[in-house]
Design a protein around this ligand. Structure first.
Ligand code: GLY
Ligand code: MN
Ligand code: MN
Length: 464
């Protein structure tokens, strides 16, 4: 955990935001969740907003912040003898509370009656949108709001305040993110060392997971480790690597305090890129570096996305896969045949930071509407950047056979796409290059120790 004062300060900022202005804030910690029977649970993952305001990484907790009196109460139970025998001793609820800078504690069983008493006095209870069945169930019992209506009744004001606080990282949070990327760097270098013909995706993915477990809090998300990099979130590990394949690895570790690394590298199986692979790789790398160079406070991330799209399209025109003019092709969305996703997202305690609170409220300002254009519609982050934001920059170029077939049949954007040339690339796969970047007062800084990225550096690492 950070120091108790970190959490006290964060809660004070929440109260001082006056959004919501009065009533109670109810923050639910997560529960242990059974995988196939109660004694064999999924690995425990605390709710990220609960971690942010309390830092307590154990199941079975909840907290209430009284916005009018400033009183904070942590609800939870001391371990009973069975817990101690089977799971080992753990601190009392008072000790947990002290670690989070909280003076008042109460048992879990007193939460329903305390909330009922407050509601009977006409006080509002503000809560965040639930995303787990257990949270839905708990809110239903605590507040009497049925599952279908909980999203409507979740507090938009509380969501806005939490988003505004968690979007800007403190120096200590940036240190945690650096640690996450440091572990993630070891994972990617290991993948580069292992990517030889005859190896399986599964054995490489397993090794990456082991590094994340041994040095941090495990994986920050389920990795892609596949020779089918054109499948954007590919979670299959069923292939054996062959010479000349490209292995796409999108993987990250969670730091000790659960901050996420999220890095993608593409590795030539056998250690050297073919000239065609080099051309596509250079196109994506140029777009990625151009985007990173353009990052600074005040610039809408949507503009950075379009800047990267234009750089990629220039390369695709040079390669004869697309036709210009580049600006017109990107305005029309023709490049989305090759780059169908957004350039990046906020990063923090979640890989897709705060996505559970709503993609638009996190990534778009009030005056920005989400585009309906194919490709651009998946852009998670569009709003102007601020110092302290941590973002991913992850352009890609993919040859997705089903998408190519569909567009070719409809001759979609035929003016801008050279479908005959594209046909030669149908089995190419995909390239994505992703780094984690802090927005500074006057620009941006790539986090982490530097992970091989240029063609030469990746090839050299493969030879180690
Ligand atoms: N690893 C998921 C993503 O890059 O968004
Ligand atoms: Mn990623
Ligand atoms: Mn990402």
């Amino acid at each position: 955990m950070f120091s108790a004062s970190t959490y006290t300060d964060r809660r004070r900022t929440l109260m001082e935001a006056k959004e919501p202005a009065s009533g109670l804030v109810l923050l639910l910690g997560n529960e242990q969740s059974a995988m196939n029977y109660r004694g064999n649970p999924y690995p425990f993952r605390q709710d990220s907003s609960f971690l942010y305001y309390f830092g307590l990484d154990v199941p079975g907790l909840a907290a209430v912040i009284d916005l009018d009196s400033g009183r904070v109460c942590l609800y939870g139970d001391d371990p009973d003898l069975d817990d101690v025998v089977w799971m080992g001793d753990r601190p009392s609820i008072q000790e947990y509370a002290a670690r989070a800078g909280v003076d008042t504690t109460a048992s879990r069983s007193s939460l329903p009656e305390d909330l009922t008493a407050a509601i009977e006095k006409g006080r509002s209870v503000h809560f965040l949108p639930p995303y787990r069945a257990q949270q839905h169930h708990r809110l239903e019992r605590l507040l009497g709001i049925d599952r279908e209506r909980q999203h409507t009744f979740a507090s938009a004001a509380l969501v806005r305040t939490v988003v505004s606080q968690r979007s800007v990282k403190s120096d200590a949070e940036v240190d945690e993110l650096e640690t996450a990327v440091d572990i993630t760097a070891e994972m990617h270098k290991t993948a580069m060392h292992m990517a030889e013909p005859g190896r399986t995706e599964r054995e490489i993915a397993g090794r990456l997971s082991g590094i994340a477990d041994a040095r941090g809090q495990g994986l920050s998300f389920r990795p892609t480790c596949s020779i089918h990099g054109e499948v954007l979130h590919n979670h299959e590990y069923s292939n054996t690597l062959a010479a000349d394949d490209l292995l796409l690895v999108d993987a990250g570790a969670a730091s000790p305090l659960h901050y996420a690394g999220d890095i993608t590298r593409v590795i030539p199986v056998g250690g050297s890129f073919s000239s065609r692979q080099e051309a596509i790789y250079e196109a994506v790398l140029d777009a990625q570096m151009g985007a990173i160079d353009a990052l600074k406070p005040g610039v809408p991330f949507r503009d950075i996305h379009l800047h990267a799209a234009r750089i990629l399209t220039e390369h695709l025109v040079d390669l004869g896969l697309m036709n210009g003019p580049v600006d017109a092709a990107v305005d029309a969305g023709a490049h989305a045949l090759f780059f169908a996703h957004g350039l990046g997202h906020l990063l923090g305690l979640d890989t897709h930071e705060m996505e559970n609170l709503g993609e638009d409220v996190v990534g778009y300002s009030a005056d920005q509407a989400r585009s309906e254009q194919f490709g651009l519609h998946t852009l998670r982050l569009a709003r102007p950047l601020k110092p302290g934001f941590v973002v991913t920059i992850e352009p890609g170029c993919y040859f997705i056979p089903a998408l190519i077939r569909r567009w070719r049949q409809n001759q979609r954007h035929a003016k801008f796409i050279n479908y005959n040339a594209v046909a030669d690339f149908e089995s190419f796969g995909g390239v994505r290059i992703e780094d984690d970047v802090l927005i500074t007062d006057d620009g941006a800084r790539v986090l982490g120790p530097g992970i091989p990225k240029s063609l030469d550096a990746v090839e050299a690492e493969c030879q180690r």
